[in-house]
Design a protein around this ligand. Structure first.
Ligand SMILES: Cc1cc2nc3c(=O)[nH]c(=O)nc-3n(C[C@H](O)[C@H](O)[C@H](O)COP(=O)(O)OP(=O)(O)OC[C@H]3O[C@@H](n4cnc5c(N)ncnc54)[C@H](O)[C@@H]3O)c2cc1C
Length: 361
């Protein structure tokens, strides 16, 4: 039987582990945390993420857990609570996967033999090792040491639960995004729990990003800082921050991989290593798209290796994965770079405009 080890049980790891198991691979899933969980906030499912979930057959009930947010990304964009997405992905794992939690992968055998990873005590060998261990991937560090995570912004996310979600100011759409200088704020309603088309959990999701490093202060102080930094913004922002409790807050640094690995595939034995999700390509965008890309990677990998036997066929399939994913991600990186330059251009014009108004006074 063909064997795969998936390192990391985030969105990408859960999706690909289930997809490979459904294609009759024997899968071992290794996760460093004691419990598999995706987080306490929410995320946007862009059309590519929704398409990927549907292709993976995990769209059953998508309408019940995801709320459309056309105001942000068009008709096919949804917001989903992390816990609802987690439940859907875990249900897709089936009952044949060997799940090992509390295992931190530290060693990677990178030679011509079968791929293998270990935690210092045990070693797991397989035809295929999928590194889905996030932007700080230990597997990638061994295979592509030159690619390192770089962070210059910090984000806060929160879901205000439905039972204490505030009324948004009159006329404000259920979702929207605001930008001023290098600060951004986005909100999207998950609806009321149990109502038609609403998330199981309900509430209002918001996300704020600011330049700088992670704040070491306790959540109460972080919340006070956010209220100060975003004072004077549209009333919606003040209303949402006022209704947020410190325990709702999740702080994360936003990291990009520099440079992005040239290759996502490293053949070895009759198969090899594959980088997937943030381990392969993390962007510092707002709002992020990494979860959707990780789901799309899982779809591509499953489609290409589903019928491949270890040996030349599997190695060819992995090379096809490289050909399918690397250019797609490079295109996205280019598009994001251009969008950033356009934004920078408009900020410079705005600031020059302010300066010349001051000078002419
Ligand atoms: C503030 C913010 C908002 C975002 N919003 C969106 C959004 O709206 N839409 C979107 O599509 N994307 C969004 N993203 C991006 C998205 O969250 C990530 O791209 C996505 O979670 C990546 O999934 P992953 O499975 O590749 O990695 P991760 O989610 O990082 O999962 C990696 C897993 O591997 C485990 N692990 C790590 N190291 C090891 C090890 N050595 N051994 C074993 N296990 C290990 C970790 O514990 C974790 O469970 C956002 C990101 C941020 C920071």
């Amino acid at each position: 039987m063909r064997t795969a080890v998936v390192v990391g049980a985030g969105i990408g790891g859960l999706a690909v582990a289930g997809a490979l198991a459904r294609a009759d691979w024997q899968v071992t899933l290794l996760e460093r945390e004691e419990r598999i969980r995706l987080g306490r906030a929410a995320l946007l499912l862009w059309p590519n993420g929704v398409r990927a979930l549907r292709t993976l057959g995990l769209d059953d009930g998508l309408d019940a857990i995801a709320t459309p947010v056309p105001a942000i990304g068009g008709e096919a964009t949804y917001v989903v609570h992390h816990e609802d997405l987690h439940d859907a992905l875990v249900a897709g794992l089936g009952d044949r996967i060997d799940i090992r939690t509390g295992v931190t992968v530290r060693t990677v055998r990178a030679d011509e033999y079968r791929p293998a990873v270990g935690d210092g005590r045990n070693t797991w060998e397989a035809d295929l090792v999928v590194a889905a261990d996030g932007v700080r991937s230990a597997v990638r560090q061994r295979l592509v040491p030159a690619s390192v995570p770089v962070s210059s912004r910090v984000a806060w996310r929160a879901v205000i639960p439905w039972y204490r979600a505030p009324q948004l100011p009159a006329g404000v759409p259920v979702a929207g995004e605001m930008l001023s200088g290098r600060q951004r704020f986005l909100h999207a309603s998950l609806g009321e729990r149990g109502s038609a088309g609403a998330s199981n959990r309900g509430g209002i999701y918001w996300m704020a990003t600011v330049p700088g490093a992670a704040r070491p202060e306790p959540p109460e102080v972080q919340l006070a800082l956010l209220r100060r930094w975003f004072a004077g913004w549209h009333e919606t922002v003040g209303t949402l921050l006022a209704a947020t409790e410190p325990e709702d807050l999740v702080q994360e640094t936003i990291s990009a991989l520099r440079p992005m690995p040239e290759s996502f595939v490293f053949p070895g034995g009759g198969g090899g290593y594959v980088l997937l999700g943030d381990a392969a390509h993390a962007f510092a965008d707002h709002p992020g798209q990494g979860a959707c890309l990780a789901l799309a990677d899982a779809v591509a990998l499953q489609a290409l290796v589903r019928d491949a036997a270890p040996g030349p066929a599997l190695i060819d399939a992995l090379r096809d994965y490289q050909r399918a994913c690397r250019p797609r991600v490079a295109r996205l990186a280019r598009r994001n770079r251009l969008a950033r330059l356009a934004l920078l251009g408009s900020l410079i014009t705005e600031s020059l405009g302010r300066q010349s108004t001051r000078n002419s006074r």
